[in-house]
Design a protein around this ligand. Structure first.
Ligand code: ADP
Ligand code: MG
Length: 645
């Protein structure tokens, strides 16, 4: 169903998702006026009865619905844009309430209600909508599921709730979606953020407890394989990488399972460190596993790691659900027999049916949700050493609090040889010039990514990428070797294309956002992002992280329609990218912009996985959640909280 798909694009797949869909702001209070009292330009609400209604065209793209509404004091023509179907709903005699502004003798309607005041209420929630799902629609859907909140049990012990003065979860959800006064929505959000942080802390406490009751293989000191590995790296490790390695060495030397978080922005060089940890296991006759959140990312890690491992004589394999049953089984058998020394995959890697012969080190990439997955990897008192990798940009002191019992290693700066990517924002009408510049780079032997516009469905996205590749082959980039990569290709095909691109057998890679993560080709120095305004800020930051990986100066060109045609949040996103490549700063900007609206679903554009928590602003809440987790963790079994974990 179309609506279902459109909702899924916003990350909304269930009633629960709708309940947890956080408004990014609330409408401010607007005075109630009679029509006679209306002031020009002031946002106000009025109520009245429709006298007559009609629709008409206005210009090429606009249709207007105009209803003459009277309330006894006076009458005023009220207008809606591009909602022709309203004519039928607003038959003469209909009573309605509207919020809007008097401009040039007509009342421009921003929101209206035929029944109870909802959309026109003060503090009405504003959700991030999309082109297919309007704000009005979203409000209606949330209103429909909201009553379900009443029957939701509250997993927090009443005493704790009272002590911290937190509302019931059901009340918090009502407050979030239907606040009755200013500030109430924020109180609701805080309670939900508390839950989120508490669950996170409980999961961490779980890890800590299991760690105390289990042992990992002591891996001693690094030996000859590691020496060889460090020798084949084509660069010097940075100071930050070196200290991360030293910290990992200390952890691996003993039997206490390592639980270390490796933090560093996109492109800061975490993979080298991760592979180091894996090889430390291999060297001592054990296995290493790397888990990524998506299959694409797992694949990309595999390409990078396998290449290095081949040179070192280390057996690697990729295990994903995309493998045909037979191959999947064979891969599992190689893991079980210990023949595979490093296994790379999604979290499916540590599910029950996958038995490792002797797993000593697990690396978990971009993982914010701890708990469940890890536990299955444990068997009676044995646990691997775990290295968690994260690119979530948060300051060190905050990370220390958030991750509590995890040790922290930080790659605080990218390799010094790296020049910051020069980013510019160009408009479509000037894109011919962009391609001219591009050809200069191609002629100098550099390689290029062209990122295609976002399209809703995977099939359409793949088609768009292929068409774009074809168009460039015939047009702007005729004569260059152009490959095309998208999510519809089989992993083996993608792998082949990436291998060609890496080997410089392709000059240009036209791609969808499948290249957002993990792709690593240092000779690729230019990226063009088409219709860049349609992407989220975090996504663009990730994408741009694909260039600027070598010593050459790299460039990122963000192409969009003329500035005036873009929404203000889109303009601010692109301006921010031009101004800075600092992940911390971009995360701040993202938060600020999201306070005012965004086109894309929260899911697609987040710098952090938390829905309700603003890590920086919620510091105090985080401390409370930590304290509560410490208090609750020992007696968790059989409680509703345990079920949520
Ligand atoms: P991350 O996983 O943190 O996003 P990567 O590990 O993929 O970053 O590293 C990004 C790029 O930088 C890769 O091409 C990698 O080979 C390169 N790189 C890593 N460490 C160094 C270093 N010390 N000096 C130069 N280049 C490096
Ligand atoms: Mg990486």
């Amino acid at each position: 169903m179309a609506l279902e798909r459109s909702l899924a694009r916003l990350g909304l797949r269930s009633a629960g998702d709708l309940l947890a869909y956080r408004p990014f702001r609330y409408e401010p209070a607007a005075p109630e006026r009679t029509i006679a009292e209306l002031l020009i330009g002031e946002e106000a609400t009025i109520e009245g009865q429709v006298r007559q209604v009609a629709s008409r065209r206005s210009g090429r793209r606009l249709t207007l619905v105009e209803a003459l509404v009277s309330d006894g004091t006076d009458e005023v023509p009220c207008v809606w844009f591009n909602q022709t179907w309203l004519v039928e709903k607003l038959a003469p005699g209909t009573r309605l309430r509207m919020r809007g502004q008097l401009r040039r003798g007509t009342f421009a309607v921003k929101a209206y209600d035929l029944g109870e005041p909802r959309a026109t209420a003060d503090n009405a929630p504003v959700y991030s909508a999309s082109e297919e799902v309007s704000l009005k629609r979203l409000r209606g859907l949330v209103e429909r599921v909201l009553p379900l909140a009443r029957s939701l049990p509250d997993p927090l012990p009443a005493s704790l709730r009272a002590r911290l003065a937190l509302p019931l979860r059901s009340d918090a959800l009502f407050a979030l979606h239907r606040p009755e006064r200013q500030g109430q929505g924020e109180l609701g959000r805080k309670r939900l953020a508390f839950d989120e942080l508490l669950l996170f802390q409980l999961a961490l406490a779980n890890i800590a407890r299991e760690r105390d009751s289990s042992e990992a293989p002591a891996l001693g000191a690094p030996g000859p394989l590691i020496e060889k590995y460090l020798a084949v790296l084509p660069f010097q490790l940075t100071r930050h990488q070196k200290s991360a390695l030293a910290e990992i060495d200390r952890d691996l030397a003993g039997q206490r399972p390592m639980q270390r978080l490796l933090q560093g922005d996109v492109g800061s060089g975490k993979t080298v460190v991760a592979l180091y940890a894996l090889l430390r296991a291999v060297e001592k006759g054990y296995q290493g596993a790397l888990m990524a959140p998506t299959e694409t990312l797992a694949e990309q890690h595999f390409f990078t790691i396998e290449e290095i491992c081949r040179g070192l004589g280390v057996e690697c394999l990729l295990l994903t659900s995309a493998l045909p049953a037979k191959e999947h089984e064979a891969a599992r058998a190689r893991i079980a027999s210990g023949r595979a020394q490093i296994a790379i995959g999604t979290h499916a890697l540590i599910q029950k049916e996958v038995e490792f012969k002797k797993l000593a080190v697990a690396v978990v990439d971009e993982q914010h949700r701890f708990g469940v997955e890890q536990r299955t990897a444990l068997s009676e008192g044995h646990s691997p050493h775990v290295l968690h990798m994260s690119a979530t940009p948060i300051p060190r002191t905050l990370a220390l609090t958030l991750y509590g019992d995890l040790e922290l290693s930080e790659i605080a700066a990218p390799p010094a040889t790296r020049k910051p990517v020069i980013t510019s924002w160009v408009f479509e009408d000037r894109s011919a010039e962009a391609y001219r510049r591009l050809r200069k780079h191609l002629d100098a032997g550099r390689q290029v990514y062209v990122v295609c516009p976002l399209v809703d469905d995977a099939a359409g996205q793949a088609r768009a990428a292929e068409q774009e590749a074809e168009r460039l082959r015939k047009g702007e980039l005729a004569g260059y070797r152009i490959g095309c990569m998208h999510g519809r290709l089989r992993p083996a095909e993608r792998r082949e294309i990436m291998a060609h691109f890496k080997a410089r057998e392709l000059d240009v890679l036209v791609a969808t956002t499948v290249i957002e993560v993990g792709v690593d080709v240092p000779n690729a120095t230019v990226m063009i992002v088409q219709e860049a305004d349609r992407f989220g800020l975090a996504q663009l930051h990730q994408l741009r992280g694909r260039v600027g990986r070598g010593a050459e100066q790299s460039y990122c060109l963000l192409v969009s329609r003329p500035k005036e045609e873009l929404s203000e949040p889109a303009q601010r996103r692109l301006e921010a990218l031009v101004r800075t490549s600092d992940g911390f700063e971009l995360a701040e900007v993202d938060l600020a912009i999201r306070g005012e609206g965004q086109l894309l679903g929260a899911r697609q554009s987040g710098f952090s996985d938390f829905r309700f928590t603003n890590l920086r602003a919620d510091r105090a809440l985080l401390e409370q959640a930590r304290a509560a987790a410490r208090e609750l963790a020992p007696s968790l079994s059989g409680t509703p909280l345990e079920d949520e974990l």
